[in-house]
Design a protein around this ligand. Structure first.
Ligand code: CMP
Length: 147
């Protein structure tokens, strides 16, 4: 079992899609082990997206991610970083395959509903921005032996 950080971005909340996106994560057989709704302040948003500093879309990205509440989650499962990225689809919703979250629900390249860590290195940097180890709930799910 491995972990990843998932963020439902402000458009997911404003467009009433949080439940549908969380259902896709559950339907895949992944386990949610922490979840909270927060407003990101500017400084935290800049920390989250520091790898994009200097890119033309950086300021707009920070404005967008701080524009409304988000839901941050820790998700666990086998090879979960890759699995979630496949569930999400390509960054640009207009190019993402139908059947993926972005492919089904988004046409935006910026407002693309969901973020997830793209590597172990990103996870090590991003997860502590939202959760401490004590925040991550350790529990067994009844379906675990079937997955
Ligand atoms: P995310 O997976 O959160 O990683 C960085 C985010 O930057 C990305 O999703 C998009 O929201 C945004 N992004 C990436 N590329 C572009 C772009 N070319 N123009 C605008 N926003 C972008």
């Amino acid at each position: 079992m491995s972990r990843t950080l998932v963020i439902l971005k402000p458009d997911a909340i404003q467009r009433n899609m949080a439940g549908r996106i969380i259902s896709r994560i559950e339907d895949k057989g992944l386990k949610i082990s922490a979840m909270k709704m927060v407003y990101l302040d500017k400084r935290t948003a800049e920390r989250l997206y520091e790898v994009h500093k200097g890119k033309p879309f950086y300021q707009s990205l920070v404005d967008y991610i701080t524009s409304g509440p988000i839901i941050a989650m820790v998700v666990e499962g086998r090879d979960v970083i890759n699995v979630i990225r496949k569930l999400m689809g390509k960054t640009n919703g207009a190019e993402a395959e139908p059947g993926t979250i972005r492919g089904d629900f988004s046409t935006g390249i910026e407002k693309n509903l969901i973020h997830a860590s793209d590597s172990d290195e990103s996870l090590r940097r991003e997860l502590p921005i939202f959760f401490s180890e004590e925040d991550i709930i350790k529990y067994n799910k009844a379906d675990e032996s079937w997955l």
